[in-house]
Write a protein of this length. Structure first.
Lengths: 250, 441
């Protein structure tokens, strides 16, 4: 599904990713953990195609295609989804319209016709009830005045509606209360399938109790410094990142 | 050709001799024209030294030297695509090349209490309407309109008459060859406690150069309510200059909305004197310009007496090398306590080369007032654009959505639903990217 090879990325003159190798097969869920500023969001933005990141070496393939050569909208249409760490507010654009525009844009790219109003509403309703999102939230402007947790749930709603092949979740658990964490995790788990892969960025092992990963990676100083099974997350929870800092200094 | 020094700019290019003007008119009409021409010759056209013309370049217009035309045959035109086309109206006035076209207009069976006459007919009368003699030494284009007026709308609504249907005015310029000018004066008088909706649209058919210069005098008696909507759609060689003078008596309400959607030079200047207590004046609008278009929105609202309100909201989107000017002044006269005057101007710049000069001003000579003004200018939010694209929405469509979002509340003040929809469709057509237009069709 996703193959990242020796990816180096700079922001301005500053190297942020310094040789990332990562392979996620179809149906797998991988987690990335790592200290603040280690480059996790940078990786997610580079995969989604945000401007301002210079790829100085390496490549990323999504279903065999050169991901980094594509515009952000092409990546999304091909089935890549990024749940933002900091969801953006869109004053004047209603949540409902936003969802409709994006679903129909993605469908158009795949040469599928737009959903009519009824079909669309049905599709969205099925997802909102699962995520405890009210109609009132759908009518409001995207993320404007949403609480931190509501914004994160809104990201998961977009993911559920778009049904991507590869979802990158950047700290979707941050800011969620205990109940919301459960709701969101269930929403994410509902999407798990043999055809769908996920890359879950988180600081907390707690999330990984709900969304059980196949692999856990530790990102520090722009490199993946350790990988393992889900037990790695538990170990990190106990010992922190001190070991990897030492590795880096050496 | 255009003589222009620092202090004086000759009106000659825009005011050639027109021996045919004034044929069959009353002596007072000739007197008005002569006096206006004399004032114009003395003051000249605005130079860059005039505060509200500083960023507005008249050179192109003066070089074109558009001239008024003697009345000719009836132009071949079989319909007038106004904003309310197809809607039931109280009256419809269609001006073609600056003259009322009776065949396209609908002026029979006017509701009781409504009187509408073409200015051309009024000029032959024994008596001059008082408002026609209105002078304004600081606005030379007003004198130009008086000196060269070909026609206009003279509307009078009797006290207590509340029109159920709107009055539509459509101004069409047929611009095939050469540079043509049309000068009009309109007089709108609403009696006490009367109410009217006037919906105006202006467009040009053809690609030649035009100047359409109009002055409108608006007199609202106590408790009168006028809603005035103006749409301007002009081509790359069209110049539209409009000055309106409104006077609001006790409890009167003026709600004006202007949409400037084009033109080489397009200027909307509104001067409102709020002279009756509890009167309110709402001015709002949008300017959406691209290419090398230039738009001016100039407002001057004076609160002369206590307890009056005014609210202004103008929003603009400028693309390419378009330029716009917003100058709004709210003056609160000494003793006008309890005034509530608000003013807001927001502009979205879609290109690095687009330019807005915005200057909201408050002049307050009373101490117990609530006044606020503000202006914002900015580009599209890059984070918002990326967010939309990351959800699969192509760049052009994403830009369009953000422009629409920016304008989303701009039509709030337009109360008539069909009118709001018609305006929304025009705005939508303006901001839709070429590739998205096909998708929506
Ligand atoms: N636009 C930018 N300009 C300057 N520095 C940047 C920019 N974007 C990222 N960086 C730097 O790159 C490094 C990695 O940032 P990134 O946001 O990827 O970290 P992270 O691992 O997601 O951290 P966190 O856990 O706090 O979310 C940080 O040192 C950050 O300051
Ligand atoms: Mg981050």
């Amino acid at each position: 599904m996703l193959v990242i090879e020796n990816l180096h990325v700079s922001v301005g003159d500053k190297p942020v990713l310094r040789g990332i190798d990562l392979e996620i097969a179809a149906g797998e869920v991988h987690a990335i953990m790592g200290p603040n500023g280690s480059g996790k969001s940078t990786l997610s933005y580079v995969l989604a195609g945000r401007e301002g990141y210079e790829v100085t070496a390496g490549r990323a393939l999504f279903e065999g295609r050169d991901l980094l050569a594509q515009a952000p909208e092409e990546r999304a249409a091909d089935g890549l989804f990024l749940a933002f760490q900091y969801p953006v507010e869109l004053p004047g654009v209603t949540n409902m319209n936003f969802l409709k525009e994006s679903v129909n844009a993605v469908r158009a790219k795949r040469d599928e016709g737009p959903l009519d109003a009824m079909q669309f509403l049905k599709h969205v309703r099925a997802k909102t009830s699962q995520l405890a999102i009210t109609d009132e939230m759908l009518r409001r402007a995207v993320n404007v005045g949403f609480s931190g947790g509501e914004k994160k749930r809104n990201e998961v709603l977009q993911m559920a509606v778009l049904e991507p092949k590869l979802a990158v979740l950047d700290e979707t658990d941050s800011g969620l209360d205990i109940d919301a964490l459960k709701i969101v995790s269930e929403g994410v788990n509902a999407l798990r399938s043999p055809e769908r892969s996920m890359l879950v960025i988180t600081h907390y092992q707690r999330l990984l109790n709900h969304i059980v990963p196949d692999r856990v990676h530790v990102l520090a100083h722009g490199r993946i410094v350790d990988s393992g099974g889900r037990e790695l997350a538990e170990k990190l929870e106990a010992s922190g990142y001190a070991d990897y800092e030492a590795t880096e200094a050496a | 050709m255009a003589t222009s020094t620092r202090n004086f700019r000759s009106p000659e290019p825009l005011a050639p001799a027109t021996a045919w003007l004034g044929d069959g008119e009353a002596a007072w009409a000739a007197g008005l024209r002569t006096a206006a021409r004399a004032r114009l010759a003395a003051h000249g056209l605005p130079t860059a030294k005039a505060e509200t013309w500083r960023h507005t370049n008249l050179n192109r217009l003066l070089a074109l030297a558009p001239a008024p035309e003697a009345p000719g045959g009836t132009p071949a035109l079989d319909h007038a695509p106004g904003l309310l086309a197809g809607e039931a109206v109280a009256a419809r006035l269609v001006f073609v090349d600056g003259r009322l076209n009776p065949a396209l207009s609908q002026l029979d069976e006017l509701p009781a209490g409504l009187e509408i006459r073409p200015l051309a007919a009024v000029l032959g009368d024994g008596q001059a309407p008082e408002a026609l003699a209105q002078e304004d030494a600081t606005r030379p284009f007003h004198d130009l309109a008086t000196a060269l007026m070909s026609d206009g709308m003279v509307l009078e609504l009797s006290p207590g008459t509340v029109l159920e249907r709107p009055i539509e005015c459509v101004h069409i310029a047929l611009a095939d060859e050469g540079a043509k000018a049309h000068h009009l004066r309109h007089l709108i008088r609403l009696g006490a406690e009367s109410a009217a909706d006037i919906v105006e649209s202006r467009l040009t058919l053809g690609t030649g150069a035009t100047l359409v210069n109009e002055s409108t005098s608006i007199d609202l008696a106590a408790g009168a309510h006028l809603s005035l909507t103006r749409l301007y759609e002009g081509g790359a060689e069209d110049h539209g200059i409009r000055q309106s003078f409104a006077r609001l008596d006790k409890g009167a309400r003026l709600e004006a909305f202007v949409a400037l959607l084009g033109g080489a030079l397009n200027r909307e200047e509104i001067v409102a004197e709020v002279v009756g207590e509890t009167a309110s004046c709402d001015l709002a609008g949008v300017y959406l310009l691209a290419g090398r278009q230039h738009g001016d929105v100039i407002t001057e609202v004076t609160h002369a007496v206590p307890d009056t309100t005014s609210n202004q909201v103008f929003k603009g989107v400028l693309d390419d090398r378009a330029q716009a000017v917003f100058q709004g002044r709210v003056t609160v006269a000494p003793g006008a306590q309890g005034t509530d005057g608000r003013q807001l101007n927001k502009t979205l710049l879609l290109s690095d080369e687009a330019e807005i000069d915005t200057k909201p001003e408050l002049e307050i000579y009373a101490d117990d007032v609530k006044c606020a003004h503000g202006a914002t200018t900015g580009a599209l939010d890059e984070d918002a654009l990326f967010y939309l694209r990351a959800r699969g929405i192509p760049l052009a469509r994403a830009r369009h959505l953000l422009v629409e979002a920016f304008l989303t509340d701009a039509l709030e003040g337009v109360t008539s639903a069909p009118l709001r929809e018609a305006l929304a469709a025009r705005i939508q057509a303006w901001s839709a990217p070429e590739d998205a237009k096909g998708e929506e069709a």
